[in-house]
Ligand binder design. Structure first.
Ligand code: URA
Length: 239
């Protein structure tokens, strides 16, 4: 398959724009920059990169890990024109959908994919996929409050399921706490901490199932590795 056709089929760019990417020296095949037009590749074995990021062939699903900054909405399009996560992952070239949701004010790990089956299972509470959050609250969180958060807190939509709650740091003026939840109710961490009298100042998701955020800068994204995709699928009984 011609390189420009491969790139356009993979959704990277139109055929003409793909030719411009190649001419500009932004495309590599098996690690070597290719500027020759009409270069032929074998999509089954050759690794094609644009701007040093591997391109997934059209017949493979896309799996993206985004470090969402606060201030972006977890949606593909916002009628009010506010910044969206879709804009941050736009240059992946694929139409991917967020797995679950992070509040506008929450930062951290968000998965985006066009694999509807996996996305559905990962987001569905019956699979109990762990989500880990780091929250900062004002004041010193007492052990008794940590225990209540772990055992279950009464919220307007019912008692929360058992969680793993660990104090990471406490200065006089603020505490940092890790919460591992298997549920994913709307604004759950904020509501849990609010309910015990410690409103959240700052909230970040650092893990989703087997996937960790570590090392990815805010506002940046990367493709999941084959191993990461496999481990996520295994978590929810796929393949
Ligand atoms: N809990 C929250 O309160 N907000 C999120 O974005 C995710 C979990």
């Amino acid at each position: 398959m011609r390189l420009q056709k491969f790139l356009s089929a993979a959704g990277v760019a139109s055929r003409r724009a793909a030719e411009r990417l190649i001419a500009a020296g932004r495309v590599k095949v098996n690690g070597t920059t290719v500027t020759k037009m009409g270069f032929v590749i074998n999509p089954a074995v050759d690794i094609v990169e644009v701007d040093n990021r591997p391109v997934r062939p059209a017949d493979e699903k896309e799996y993206i890990l985004l470090n969402k900054p606060a201030g972006f909405i977890t949606t593909l399009a916002d009628p009010y024109g506010r910044p969206t996560v879709a804009e941050l992952a736009k240059d992946s070239g694929r139409r991917v959908f967020p797995v679950g949701r992070l509040d506008m004010d929450t930062s951290g790990l968000l998965l985006l994919t066009d694999d509807g089956k996996l996305a559905h299972r990962l987001a569905h509470p019956s699979y109990g996929v762990e989500k880990e959050y780091i929250a900062r609250v004002k004041g010193r969180l007492p052990a008794e409050t940590l225990r209540r958060l772990a055992e279950g807190i009464k919220l307007a939509d019912g008692i929360t399921a058992p969680a793993v709650v660990r104090l990471i740091k406490s200065t006089g003026s603020s505490s940092t706490v890790s919460l591992i939840l298997k549920e994913g109710r709307n604004r759950q961490v904020r509501r849990m901490l609010e309910a015990v009298g410690y409103p959240v100042i700052d909230l970040k998701r650092v893990r989703f199932g087997s996937i960790k955020l570590s090392g990815l800068k805010e506002g940046h994204w990367r493709r999941l590795t084959g191993e990461e995709i496999k481990s996520l699928k295994e978590l929810v009984g796929l393949r």
